[in-house]
Design a protein around this ligand. Structure first.
Ligand code: ZN
Length: 152
């Protein structure tokens, strides 16, 4: 049974990724951003620019643009969808849980609900793909630290 549900998950995950790749959410640039950050993954050639605006302790708006493989672009789209409108501590928590899933290889069951982001869990077997998936998140983190540094 486990094998069967695994195959179903893989298919579902593939569809979620393709949907975000073909119809990216939050693509573009935030107006009057608190910070921007650029990410580059030379291994794959992915480029991503993240712009964001903080307001009242929340990540009020976030957008990305760039070009790269389907994993990096789908990850950017999913990230923007998940983090926009969240209080900053929740955004940092989500970044850390996503990193736990992909980089640290932690059990998804102990990371709490990651929503559609779990669709990216399949890439953790491939180091080069992990870098693709993490690229927009690293840029987001850099942008946040710039924005929060200036504010503080
Ligand atoms: Zn890539």
């Amino acid at each position: 049974m486990a094998e069967v549900s695994g195959a179903v998950d893989d298919e579902l995950y593939r569809e979620i990724l393709l949907d975000h790749y073909r119809h990216p959410r939050h693509r573009g640039e935030v107006e009057a951003p608190s910070a921007t950050a650029h990410g580059h993954n030379p291994l794959c050639g992915d480029e991503v620019d993240v712009s964001l605006r903080l307001r009242d302790g929340e990540l009020q708006q976030v957008a990305f643009q760039g070009q790269g493989c389907s994993i990096s672009m789908a990850s950017a789209s999913m990230m923007a969808e998940e983090v926009e409108g969240r209080p900053l501590p929740e955004v940092h928590d989500l970044i850390s849980r996503f990193r736990g899933l992909l980089v640290e290889g932690r059990d998804p069951a102990e990371l709490g609900d990651l929503g559609d982001l779990e669709a990216l869990s399949g890439v953790r077997k491939y180091l080069a793909r992990v870098k693709c998936a993490m690229l927009p998140w690293v840029a987001l983190e850099e942008g946040l630290s710039r924005a929060e540094g200036e504010r503080g």
